[in-house]
Design a binder for this molecule. Sequence first.
Ligand code: GLN
Length: 454
Amino acid sequence: MNVIEKLNSIQNKEMTAKENVEHFIKVIDEKNDSINAFVEKNYEAALKQAEKIDEKIANGEKVGCLSGLVFGIKANINVEDLIVSAASKTLENYKGSYNATVIEKILEEDGIIIGLTNMDEFAAGSSTETSMYGPTENPAAIGRIPGGSSGGSAAAIAAEMCDITLGSDTGGSIRNPASHCGVIGFKPTYGLVSRQGLLDLSMSLDQIGPFANDPSGIALALNTIVDYDSSECTSLHSDIDFTSVLEEKSLEGMKIAVCNDFIEVTDDKINKVVNKAIQKLVDAGAELVEVSFDHLELCLPTYYLINYVEFFSATRKYDGRDYGYRIEEVCGDEVLRRIKMGSLISQKEYSGKYYKKALQARSLIRNEINAMLENVDLIVGPTVPKLPHKIGEELTPMEMYAYDILTVIANLGGIPAGSIKAGEVEDIPVGLQIQAKPLDDLKIIKAMSVLSNL
Ligand code: GLN
């Protein structure tokens, strides 16, 4: 049963919201000791909320568009009364004092929040190994990292611990773990989803988005969380119905592009599997063309420079006075590296040298992406260029950053991008990344639906 079918069966009284919650509590209790996807549990409130929803349904009252569906939320999104630590000792005792806008929307639509999921400390990573709660297992490739930084959200879906999860994606943190765990992850166009209540990593790049096991879960979540937010100057208007393409079986009339520059940096075995998925899109009627991307080597340095500077500025509030500890005193190596680098680059004498150059490079990259997309509907290719490493294997920072080469592009350009399972290499899932023009998010959901309906 996919997510929308479950929603219908709750609304038609074939199953209750409470049964749905109880089922997931059982699964989490069985699996979480070994998977470590959830770091905060909200069972009592979830059960109470489910009972209320069931009552409304029994009385024939109107219920929301997510009635009874169970959500896991990345631990950097504010949920009232839960410990929103961003997996950092800095905030180990910080209780969410309000609900992020996305949480308000989910609750208004009768979605149920069962807990918070594990992540890299402050979302700075690609493996979920830097969490103060310890690493998350990859349920689809035991012994390996689930990817990151939203590794807990991806693993919770792969282990079927809830219907939908939310993550945040600054340079790939939704798509990377979706790829490694074999689930669907989606980063909307920058500005479509409110960031109010998200703990910033790099605010000009951060975007909240959903994970699910099938496109209907992604579409239902987007229908609720995509909305204009008048308090954000970067917010965009949209009235897309993401469920409108779920039945699609054809891509007739769509032009999809592959980019050799992306293929060249990717493991051959991954390319082979991804190509098979692309062939399925062609078989469904899409026209395949080739495009090129000239500045791939600029993407990681540009991304990390901007990330360091914006993260440094975002962390100045963690000075140990209002809440939590002083970040520099308790944080892990990667977070400290970013703070130190960000502080250095932000110094006046260096600003022209690094940050301004990074902003210029970002414009160049954005123009390049828009040019690539000008005559095509979608760019398709690998999500991550290499397979996930074994948990605990020591990687240099540069090796860790190398996971992000194909995902940072969408954040630098503000374009929508998603990852869906293409297949497996040595029993390890591999994702197909699908990118589109700003506000063409629906075309990605359409391609994912066609793949799922084959
Ligand atoms: N791996 C990237 C980083 O460490 C992306 C993180 C993210 O998207 N939150 O910055």
